[in-house]
Ligand binder design. Structure first.
Ligand code: RI2
Length: 319
């Protein structure tokens, strides 16, 4: 085995996550946990505890609005703490970290499979669907619906400043789905013009009261959907629920580098770049989760039922 700097593995992934080279809540989660597995392979026994804590902190800081990743990391951390308390050997600890990381990865993959299985049936045949940004969950639902023989059109907004909407449009078009690609500010125009049957977005975070946090522009879509009576659905695993919100805290909204919006903005122009925004429960007709399609008011109950262990851990680790 060639020697690798274990913290370098984590640093590299964290930077890729911060720079959006790895992006999308589900992908970030899987890659962060894979990196932890890789880290333990190379971490030396002598200062393992110290390095492990640095690795965890680096990953947690990479993107603040990603509870699916944070829940996974807490899950691994819990295993680590239990064994460290019992003075388990480093080999035992390493093995347990690897197993727990893999377990969480398969939990999230399994959750997405279930969501796709449920979600494709909601796609209206011969209908028009509006979406925003790039959610791998939403794209998978749409592709599944297409493969099951449904015919529909998707309106995809470009998602300034990083244009994730182009990824959506490209992936859907490649799967033979007809796509209309619009600028974000044409959302209302598109809704009036096409009279869509459904709006469907992903989520980065879900709060304990069923508020959804998703790419900035999602609330504009929600307001548009409300105005034209278009049902709005959110497709997201309950692993994106931020348990801290049940204990009084807010999910932080990531403010990104202004240069993504305007790299050479003139002096005295203050460029703001919030990455996400909230969509309140009153705009949401249903959340397509691995538990089924549920109203926002049911998310905490469903999370507690499905992920008992993670809920217990979150009560202990309010990080
Ligand atoms: P999946 C993305 O954030 C979008 O906001 C998308 O709706 C969300 O992650 C969920 O994506 P970003 O990483 O987990 O582009 O469904 O900032 O792939």
């Amino acid at each position: 085995m060639t020697k690798k700097d274990p913290l370098e593995i984590i640093r590299e992934i964290s930077q890729k996550i911060s720079k959006l080279e790895i992006r999308g809540a589900t992908k970030i989660t899987i890659e962060a946990l894979k990196a932890l597995r890789e880290f333990v392979k190379y971490a030396p026994k002598e200062n393992f505890h110290e390095l492990f804590k640095d690795a965890i902190n680096m990953l947690l800081k990479s993107r603040p609005t990603e509870p699916a990743m944070q829940n996974g990391i807490k899950y691994v951390l819990y295993t680590y703490n239990n064994l460290a308390k019992k003075n388990a050997s480093i080999d035992e600890i390493k093995e347990a970290i690897e197993i727990t990381s893999m377990k969480y990865i398969s939990m999230i993959k399994h959750a997405i499979e279930k969501i796709v299985e449920i979600g494709w049936k909601r796609i209206p045949d011969d209908g028009t669907i509006m979406t925003h940004c790039h959610s791998s969950t939403v794209v998978r639902i749409l592709i599944e619906a297409k493969q099951r023989g449904k015919s529909f059109v998707v309106i995809s907004s470009e998602t300034r400043p990083m244009y994730q909407g182009r990824i959506t449009s490209r992936e859907l078009a490649k799967s033979g789905i007809k796509v209309y690609h619009i600028v974000d500010s044409a959302m209302r125009w598109a809704a009036r013009h096409f009279k869509p049957d459904l709006a469907l977005v992903g989520a980065d975070a879900i709060t304990s009261t069923g508020v959804i946090i998703n790419k900035v522009g999602s609330r504009l879509l929600a307001l548009t959907a409300k105005e034209f009576d278009i049902p709005l659905y959110v497709a997201a695993t309950l692993l994106k629920l931020d348990p801290r919100t049940a204990f009084g805290e807010y999910t932080p909204i990531e403010m990104r580098d202004p240069s993504e919006v305007w790299p050479d903005a003139p002096e005295n122009v203050i460029v703001l770049n919030p990455a996400f925004e909230t969509v309140s429960p009153e705009y949401i007709d249903g959340i397509i989760t691995e538990f089924g399609i549920i109203p926002p008011s049911e998310v905490l109950r469903a999370f507690k039922e499905l992920y008992k262990e993670i809920w217990q851990i979150s009560k202990e680790y309010r990080i």
